[in-house]
Design a protein around this ligand. Structure first.
Ligand SMILES: N[C@@H](CCC(=O)N[C@@H](CS)C(=O)NCC(=O)O)C(=O)O
Length: 111
C-alpha cells in the first residue's frame, strides 16, 4: 500500500510541514546549545557605553561572560595591558579564549 493511499494529499502536506517545523526547532536548539557553551571575558570600565552594548549583545546571544572592570579594585589597567598589549579602548573582548577586539568586532564575530 502506498503512502498516498494511507494519507490524503492535505494530510501528507500537514505531516511534511510538522516534520519541517520539528527539524527547525531541533536545529534552533542545537545552535543555542552551542552558543551556551561559549564563554566570554569583557574588559570594561565605568561609563563605557560600548561595554554596555557588548554585554547586552552577549546576553542576547546567551553567551556567558565574565566582566573585568578596571574601575573596580578587582582588576587593573596593567592587567588589561597584559591581556591585550597596546589596548587603547574598552571593551576588550575574548570569546573562548580568543581575543576578538572591541564591540564592533564582537558584532562581526557573532555575525
Ligand atoms: N571601536 C571601539 C570603540 C570603543 C570606545 O570608543 N570605547 C570608549 C569607551 S565607551 C573608550 O575606550 N574611549 C577611550 C578613548 O577613546 O581613548 C569598539 O567597538 O569597542
Amino acid at each position: 500500500m502506498t503512502e498516498e493511499k494511507l494519507y490524503g494529499q492535505q494530510e501528507q502536506e500537514e505531516l511534511n510541514e510538522s516534520m519541517q517545523e520539528a527539524f527547525r526547532q531541533r536545529d534552533e536548539r542545537k545552535a543555542k546549545e552551542m552558543e551556551n557553551n561559549k564563554k566570554a571575558i569583557v574588559w570594561s570600565n565605568v561609563g563605557c557605553s560600548y561595554c554596555e552594548q557588548a554585554k547586552q549583545l552577549l546576553k542576547l546571544k546567551n553567551i556567558e561572560y565574565e566582566e573585568r572592570n578596571i574601575a573596580t579594585s578587582d582588576w587593573t589597567i596593567q592587567q588589561l595591558q597584559e591581556a591585550v598589549p597596546g589596548a587603547r579602548t574598552v571593551p576588550q573582548i575574548f570569546v573562548d579564549g580568543q581575543h576578538v577586539g572591541g564591540y564592533n568586532e564582537l558584532v562581526k564575530h557573532l555575525g
